[in-house]
Design a protein around this ligand. Sequence first.
Ligand code: ZN
Length: 308
Amino acid sequence: MIEDLIKEQIDKWDLARNNYAALARVKVKELMVNKCLYKVQFNPARILSSAAKVDVQSIKRHKCFLCAENLPSQQTVLSAVDHYNILVNPFPIFPKHLTIPDKKHLPQRILLHFKDMLDFAYLLKDFVVFYNGPKCGASAPDHAHFQAGNKDFLPLEQDWEQHKAGCVVQIKEGKIWQLDDAPRTTLIIEAKNAEAAMTLFIAIYDALPLKKDDGEPMMNLLTWYDQERWIICVFPRAMHRPSCYTDVGDKNMLISPASVDLSGVFITPLEKDFDKITAGDINCILQEVCLSPKDIEAVKQKIKARLL
Ligand SMILES: [Zn+2]
């Protein structure tokens, strides 16, 4: 079903065909930050997303690009799954990259949609499914959506177990793990059923800092289903875009981290940034956009207090 959709879109839609062909030739380099692998992908087609203006006024000025009535005429909509449409993302990072918007124009919020995300991870077993919070890299913060990309692509999907640094809490059918991956502050839920995944996710959600005027705690999420359990990576966020995004001169880098970057594939739409970025830069960016050691410790304490 999904394979046919991808093939059909690449066959008939020039934009998709050209961008998927370009992706096959992108430059990639590898950097290590605290023993964790980060790939850097030079992907010029992602400039639209990385440079997207996501303030309320800018969003209001443009037609929503995830509402069905505004989709390009060449875009095929797979609408068979409940209240979602499945689309091929014409600006791919993954060799197979999907966008999964709600059929309705509802704001990007995780709590009401978390169970759906688990269902998609179960349904799309060859894919990881991810969520970018409204102030954490989503370029359509006004329209609820997930994205999905093929497995065997993100370093964290492949190596998270090597970085386990202990269990934060354990319930009957699931656990929350912490990783030795500073300055990233990942919490990983491993759950054998959806109820356990929900219980553990809500415990994390309620423990995260909530900024005044925000609709939810800042976060990115990545999930997949494998060996009869869900793995859900929660990346709590302190900041939307790092200081290098607005720095002037040599320090400037157009990098707007979201789930994919935090899972180990940093996207640089500009070649100058691809050429110059170092492991030290990624370390600095993670330090800025992830929680501080003190804040992640407080989150873990709150989770334990609730579930132990
Ligand atoms: Zn919309």
